[in-house]
Design a protein around this ligand. Structure first.
Ligand code: ADP
Ligand code: MG
Length: 397
């Protein structure tokens, strides 16, 4: 009879710790960021309102893990403080494109009823009512808060809720987290002032940081002795070279383990990692590119075309002229340059392209320079699978 199932126990001991939902109990590579965060919350241990903080950094830098970790630690510490009545709320904003939706969801969590459809003011008032009911000190973490876009009213109001009389005899502090560094640039100055009292930046990991991160994870996840040092080193090296993302490094290792199971090997070795990197990257590119809008695709195609000619990094203005040619060729609307820049920023945020501000041009001003941040061939393959684009992809590549 065909064996439909795998025996994974030869390689994996506790595979669950390789999943996204696992929170590590130790993040020594983020001591500085954790200390900054701890300092921001500390006034609460002394009867004062905790500060608001904002965490930025590209995906996979440990922002979510670090904030979950510090909340756990802070709750433990708060128990030792007599008159501190602490409540922490961790809210993911993925899928919430406005302050309104976010407020509705927060109200639903606290009351069990979603106020969707009610006027905005009413929803906000219900949120304050719910917070007032909790009382004491509330720390509200808003993860991936960049999803709410321009509609940032809630971010303006929450840090001022007490000053403005929406709540009394209690404190609310907000920890905002964003994968998109430009999100804070685009916030109105008043929001920025209050929300970013402490601005904590998470920078990409290098191979020397990724190696111990992987070793600690591997020790829990794999059967003793099944992961070779060289496999770990290669996962760390690949991820460091690319985005410096711990998520990426862990995904390589997980996939490499699965390939060892598939090939019936009793050790995870470099060859598994090489194969894993290819598979994981192709899947990542496919997922991130498929879900984009047509305008994102056109902007990306412009970068691909310029990259193919070896002319990257390239200024927005030069991307724009190629973009307009491509948009005309496929019969799509052409957007203004400013909006195309927004699409490029979007592509940067999801890691498909990379933008950096540099001094350049004949007058030496500061400009964004863009280049592809994924494998050119893989990106072309994925784009050419999109119906509307396949002819034009053949032309530019
Ligand atoms: P972000 O929120 O910045 O996108 P995450 O916090 O989700 O990143 O981290 C991605 C993955 O890497 C998670 O599995 C997380 O547990 C792990 N990770 C990140 N930094 C560390 C670290 N310093 N030590 C252990 N694991 C880490
Ligand atoms: Mg995160």
């Amino acid at each position: 009879m065909t064996e439909y199932f795998q025996n994974r126990s030869g390689i994996f001991d506790n595979e669950r710790v390789l999943n996204e939902s696992y929170t590590p109990d130790d993040l020594p590579e983020r001591e500085n960021e954790l200390t900054q965060l701890g300092h921001a919350l500390s006034p609460a241990l002394n009867g004062a309102p905790p500060k608001n903080a904002f965490l930025t950094g590209k995906t996979g830098q440990g922002k979510t893990a670090a904030s979950r970790f510090i909340l756990n630690q802070f709750r433990e510490r708060a128990e030792e403080v007599d008159d501190l009545d602490l409540t922490t709320i961790f809210q993911t904003c993925a899928g919430h494109s406005s302050s309104y939706q976010l407020a509705c969801d927060l109200v639903e969590q606290q009351t069990g009823q979603n106020p969707n459809g009610h006027p905005k003011r009413k929803v906000f008032d219900q949120l304050y009512e719910a917070l007032q009911k909790i009382g004491g000190t509330v720390i509200l973490v808003l993860d991936e808060v960049d999803n709410i876009g321009d509609d940032d009213l809630l971010l303006y109001e929450l840090p001022r809720a007490r000053d403005n009389g929406h709540i009394k005899d209690m404190d609310v502090s907000v920890i905002g987290i964003s994968n998109d560094a430009s999100f804070t640039d685009n916030l109105s100055p008043k929001v920025k002032d209050s929300l970013c009292e402490e601005n904590i930046e998470f920078s990409p990991y290098d191979a020397n940081q990724l190696r111990p991160i992987l070793e600690r994870r591997a020790e829990k996840a794999f059967v003793d002795g099944t992961v070779s040092d060289s496999a770990i080193r290669l996962c760390a090296a690949y991820a460091a070279q690319d985005k410096g993302s711990a998520r990426q490094a862990i995904n390589y290792l997980y996939k490499a383990g699965e390939l060892a199971v598939e090939h019936d090997d009793d050790q995870v070795i470099e060859e598994h990692v090489q194969e894993a990197e290819e598979i994981v990257e192709r899947k990542n590119i496919t997922q991130s590119i498929r879900n984009l809008t047509i305008q994102d695709h056109l902007a990306l195609l412009a970068i691909v075309s310029i990259e193919t000619d070896g002319e990257t990094p390239v200024r927005t203005r030069n991307v724009y002229s190629v973009y307009t040619d491509i948009a005309n060729a496929v019969g799509a609307d052409t957007l203004a340059m400013r909006r195309v820049r927004n699409h490029l920023q979007e592509l940067d945020m999801i890691g498909v392209i990379n933008g950096a501000k540099r001094t350049g041009g004949s007058r030496g001003g500061q400009h964004y320079y863009w280049e592809l941040d994924t494998d050119l061939q893989m990106t072309v393959d994925v784009l050419s699978e999109i119906d509307r684009l396949n002819d034009i992809v053949d032309q530019v590549y």
